[in-house]
Design a protein around this ligand. Structure first.
Ligand SMILES: *Cc1c(COP(=O)(O)O)cnc(C)c1O
Length: 223
């Protein structure tokens, strides 16, 4: 890892097609570093813990054109806070959560953008719809009119080689295409949220429209 935050951002940005949205994942990154990334031109930020994100958002209130993306597993009891503090939720990973978000969005009077998280391969460490379950749930999802369902999110299981990772990303793109061809009036499928620091180049090659990058911009996180 070398260079300043802005140099790293510029290097990565230059490798991405202009149409691909770069989401800077700032979990465990302090708000002054987020501010530096903002100054370098980033407007999309991703977080995976609600409390941590809210604390930093409070310190960054003056940066009013940030779009906040929630990318972590969302527990039902935090759904309201997520909706109040994030414009996008990439990690809607089951029907019950989608239903809860839709109800809350209606109560609050908002229409959040969401992605449906899908597991192309079985992965005990990750949540998300299996492909058959997602296809079965589409008629119900189509009724959640307060959600703007924008597309699919996926994270390949750990330990795959490049070819296997590429197959996961390609399958995700094909699945979005299959769903699009079903013409659900309330399900959009124009976005693919896929690609992290280790695999974003493959994801872009496979058609990602949003990449979620942490380590490559901010360095290794402590734990
Ligand atoms: C942490 C995280 C990222 C970023 O991962 P890096 O490997 O640090 O780029 C992307 N997506 C999700 C869901 C994450 O939790």
């Amino acid at each position: 890892m070398s260079g300043s935050i802005s140099e790293r951002i510029n290097t990565v940005r230059a490798q991405l097609p202009p149409s691909v949205r770069l989401i800077a994942v700032t979990k465990q990154v302090p708000s002054d570093v987020i501010r530096a990334a903002y100054t370098a031109g980033i407007r999309d930020f991703g977080e995976n813990r609600i409390q941590e994100a809210i604390a930093k958002q409070a310190e960054l209130q003056d940066l009013s054109d940030i779009t906040w993306h929630f990318i972590g597993h969302l527990q039902s009891n935090k759904a309201k806070k997520a909706l109040e503090n994030f414009q996008w939720i990439h990690s809607v990973d089951n029907l019950k959560l989608a239903q809860r978000l839709n109800e809350l969005a209606q109560q609050i009077g908002i229409s959040p953008c969401v992605c449906l998280q899908v597991k192309i391969l079985p992965d005990p460490n990750k949540s998300g719809w299996s492909v058959p379950q997602l296809l079965a749930d589409l008629p119900t999802l189509n009724q959640y009119k307060n959600l703007q369902i924008q597309g699919l999110m996926t994270i390949p299981p750990l330990g795959l080689n490049d070819q296997e990772i590429m197959a996961v990303f390609n399958r995700t793109r094909e699945l979005a295409q299959e769903i699009r061809e079903q013409n659900w009036p309330h399900i959009q499928m124009q976005h693919l949220s896929m690609g992290m620091s280790g695999d974003y180049q493959l994801a872009v090659e496979a058609g990602a429209t949003m990449v979620r990058l942490g380590t490559i911009l901010f360095g290794e996180r402590g734990n």
